[in-house]
Design a binder for this molecule. Sequence first.
Ligand code: FYN
Ligand code: ADP
Length: 587
Amino acid sequence: MALVTATSGGEIEAQAQETDGFQLVIDALKLNGIDTIFGLPGIPITDLTRKLQRGGLRVISFRHEQNAGYAASIAGFMTGKPGVCLTVSAPGFLNGLTALANATTNCFPMILVSGSSEREIVDLQQGDYEEMDQLAIARPHAKAAFRVLHAADIGVGVARAIRAALSGRPGGVYLDLPAKLFPQTLDADAGRKSLIRVVDPAPRQIPAAEAVQRALELLQSAERPLIILGKGAAYAQADAAIRALVETTGIPYVPMSMAKGLLPDTHEQSAAAARSYVLPEADVVLLIGARLNWLLSHGKGKTWGGKSPQDWGGQKFIQIDISPQEADSNVRVDAPVVGDIGSCVAALLAAITATAGSNWAQPPAAWLTAIAERKTKNVAKLAEALASNPTPMNFHSALNVVRDLVKANPDAILVNEGANALDFTRSIVDMYQPRKRLDVGTWGVMGIGMGFAVAAAVVSGEQVIAVEGDSAFGFSGMEVETICRYRLPVCVVILNNNGVYRGDEVNASGGRDPSPLVFVKGARYEKLMEAFGGVGVRATTPAELRRAMEEAIRSRQPTLINAVIDEKAGTESGRITSLNPSAKKKP
Ligand code: FYN
Ligand code: ADP
């Protein structure tokens, strides 16, 4: 259809019948239920951010694109809709790319939308403003990458990005929008018709009956069965079916970090407190949305009872995963079950009922008793550590307070990063509901803290508690301004021991510079929050920390608590010291 020609009297009507690239991006996102954009305005997307807000989307504007990207990715994990991050070209794009790569690695659905410079100049390398071939750079770090050159293709571009992010194994998608695209106009009717509402973007994938049968037979043969729940199981939002499978079979389970709370950590079948006993002792292990990567010692070696780091421990694995390529990635998987977790777990439950009715044989008592004994011992050991009240505080006495407050506020979302601050929080703070624990994930990445906290508060409206190592906080600390600007109910607790891992190291050369691992002693992080109108508190005792956290949760005000702990508390790399080649060599 031809463009309407404007006359002096009919100008408004003419404009109303035209649309442009800006509007089509907004319409395409809205049509697909995208209601929030995380980003940072600048050339060439400044006007787009304005128009998105005017168009009714929530636009959360950050201080650094990496944090906006992490926010988008975790919004994707929490909601099952792709989280969208919008950045400027070249450096802004690169800042967002870390988060996109992290999303792909973690199987979080996310779309990084970046403006880009003039293709004609970029491709001839003639030195454009922020010149960069962003599409080529994004491709290896994303599940898929697309560029849209014509406004009429925006609908297809957005639809392809959504499908790629959500279908099969979720991941990060890059969508390149050159500056010239936005002001391109076309007939409004043609524009409307070019848009696509994506139908069934994450189609169910039903497992093959014989794969389910194979898994069932292996499970029935087990004497010491174990279930491992990963963050894929949390993402799948198949909470009731997973709980039914665990409880019907009576099999003990271990949650990976972000699967904590999928069943309450206080569940009697949780073997988390006996982790180092159950992994090597189990004979059949059912993995649900968990990969046998480094976090599970690649399914072999001493963690699994193997004699040396490369030795197989003898376990047989059943693996439920949406990716058909995942099985055998590290060790043999005897019964791969490929499909979406909801369908696979339902199929397994149906097969159990068909085979055994309500008389499924519970795991042998000897196995359950042995686990219970280990659990009791570890729980008692932990309780003793939590009860001690040293001066200054240590990780245990501070986290005992967080543990109580999460228990009293199970709807709250816990964001957690650091080394020791991560490891101690994971084992000390019980979670009670699914998808409430958000952390460093598959890469063990530092810097997710404030981005995750902002997104968690925006997406859920719930209270967020961010437990941060002082080093980890530094990567995203400036976003406390964002937290204050949007008045988000985020309580940041910095476990401050003056350094990376700990704060008492000195410069071994005797020179004037501090050790590379320490920070300014006695830093007043709480003042950073006060600078933007939030509440800052310095806490040196568990009682002060408790009071400050209770008040933060009661008031829902942005709060930063500088929890001062012993600078000698902490070990190098926390519980993964073995991965740090020089860790044993003391300076
Ligand atoms: C766990 N534990 C408990 C409980 N839960 N004891 C008592 N009560 C409860 N509720 C015990 C558990 O049995 C272990 O003791 C110990 O606490 C630690 O448990 P965890 O955390 O489950 O196990 P572990 O061995 O640390 O797990 C391995 C891991 C994990 C690799 C999956 O460390 C992890 O997720 N690490 C991420 C690290 C990371 O990304 N760091 C960021 C980079 S830091 P034992 O059974 O006695 O062993 C850069 O430097
Ligand atoms: P963790 O770190 O908690 O062990 P991983 O990220 O290693 O978890 O594993 C998550 C796994 O879950 C991935 O292999 C991914 O393919 C899978 N996954 C994600 N979503 C689904 C889903 N809806 N159905 C089935 N598998 C899924």
